[in-house]
Design a binder for this molecule. Structure first.
Ligand code: B12
Length: 227
């Protein structure tokens, strides 16, 4: 059952009016009617994962998927300022302690589904990590060059399409080999995303150190890191 706010948001989304949607969400945030993660959980994530395209023509569905995801992406970016405020408040109240740990969030080459990864960047951020969101479709060579400079404690790889598991394996191998060759501390490699739902064993087979799925998993990791 959808609540009133969800009904209004989903109806607006059907119109594909970016201006109206941005105004709707901005108002919710400004008036503190919803927290950023509630907006993610109740509005944004279902609007993508539970959306069924009604168009008869497949190409129109793909088009609408692009439009919708670009609007959602814009909403995530405008929400960031509020997330920053929420984190500052938690730090001031002593309910959050910053961790001296850096996380880079990346999607492998050919993986264009990056909204999950972008949200995960915020999950790490709100748990006190120093976060660097790299984004979708990141070629393995480019990324490995950067670990030299960034020196992340964790590399979190988000994979949606199962076809991209092989390239993820190659990316992991490449990161490990390069870190070894350059004598850099091996980052802990985390994988997550739809490609690993109910396939945790595959994550281990391709060389990841951990497979995580949710905000709760990241919170639990932060609790261990805080000890
Ligand atoms: C939006 C979308 C797109 C957008 C992506 C835009 C963008 N900038 O990200 C666009 C239009 C580009 C796109 C393209 C394609 N898509 Co698409 N897309 C979707 C859609 C509708 C939503 C995905 C999404 O963003 N969900 C919201 C996020 C927040 O959820 P999430 O990714 O699961 O992430 C959460 C968790 O999994 C977790 N998580 C994710 N990563 C990680 C990592 C770590 C470390 C951790 C801890 C947690 C974690 O946290 C997130 C927040 O809770 C899905 C439908 C669906 N039901 O999944 C199809 C879907 C994923 N797409 C699909 C397909 C086939 C394609 C295309 C091949 C064809 C097409 N439709 O155009 C291309 C391929 C592009 C490519 N090469 O990657 C299929 C994949 C099928 C499969 N084999 O699994 C799906 C399932 C649609 C379907 N039912 O067929 N797509």
């Amino acid at each position: 059952m959808r609540n009133d706010l969800q009904e209004r948001f989903f109806r607006l989304l059907e119109t594909e009016s970016k201006d109206d949607l941005i105004s709707f969400i901005s108002e919710l945030l400004q008036q503190e009617k919803m927290k950023v993660f509630d907006i993610y959980d109740e509005l944004l994530i279902p609007s993508l994962n539970e959306w069924f395209c009604q168009e008869k023509e497949q190409r129109l569905c793909v088009w609408r998927e692009h439009v919708r995801s670009s609007i959602i992406r814009a909403i995530i970016e405008i929400s960031y300022i509020y997330l920053l405020k929420e984190r500052k408040e938690l730090l001031e109240k002593g309910e959050l302690v910053l961790l001296n740990k850096r996380v880079s969030i990346v999607c492998p080459s050919e993986e264009y589904h990056e909204i999950g990864a972008r949200i995960v960047a915020d999950y790490f951020y709100m748990n006190g990590y120093d976060v660097l969101f790299v984004g979708g479709n990141t070629p393995k060579n480019e990324y490995v060059d950067a670990i030299d400079i960034i020196k992340p404690d964790y590399i979190a790889i988000s994979v949606t399409n199962p076809y991209n598991i092989i390239i993820t394996q190659k990316t992991i191998e490449h990161i490990r080999n390069e870190a070894k060759a350059k004598n850099i501390k091996q980052p802990v490699i985390i994988v997550g995303g739809k490609a690993f739902y109910n396939k945790e064993h595959i994550a281990m087979q391709i060389g990841a150190d951990k497979v995580l799925h949710s905000y709760e998993d990241i919170k639990a990791l932060a609790e261990v890191d805080r000890k």
